[in-house]
Design a protein. Sequence first.
Length: 254
Amino acid sequence: MIKSALHHFEFRQAARDSWIRDLDRTSNFAYFFTVGKHPSNETRMEMLHNEINEYNDILVGDVIDSYYNVTKKVVMGMRFVVEKCQSAKYVIHIDDDAYVSPYRFERFIYKNLGKKTKDNTFIDKNYIDCGVPTIRASPVIRLNENGFAKHPEWALTKSEYSTDEVPNYCNGPCYGMPISTYRTMFDYTTKINFTDIEKLDDLILSGLIRAQEKWKLYEASGIFCWHLDNKRDGVKDKMIGWYNLGKQHKGLNM
């Protein structure tokens, strides 16, 4: 699942023109984007409809496309996976400004699914792989008395989140898990009201729910996924450049 903003047309196209091409070489992998709506912006909605007609790879949620509705878009995508992707074995959540190496994912992550130890027991059935650096023992971000914080979009009030520290969790741009973990995680989202903190989907899913279930977090940073950060220039060019570099030097498997 690729979490995308409605207006990120270029990022979605850059992904299609780069690493998504490598998904076509095998039937093991599939992808889709999730976006919301913007009914008041007819131009963007028309562009989105044209994009869907051309690629048929986007799920559109019945919510306003906004940073604060990201969890709603994610849960919509999770429902689709759980209900429609019956043969899925592993699911990755990534942002549209992240670059994924299907080759490296298959080699280092996918091939280890369901492995057993010498005594014929499974190594681990439920866990989460953090594709970018794990957030560990992080204090909750609060606005100061002047209403300022380094990342105000992540700030929570005491009424929204009462404790001052969050459990370890995977940074949002890239994380994945076996389907057994995924199904349990989705079940939580249907039973618990996360409205107060729904802008922080990565904390909800890979932090709070994971901690409740005592699932392990595995550090997989730099193994199969890299965050390019859409706040910086050149994301599209980097995606295409990395892909072409990998094709020129196959040993890199980018």
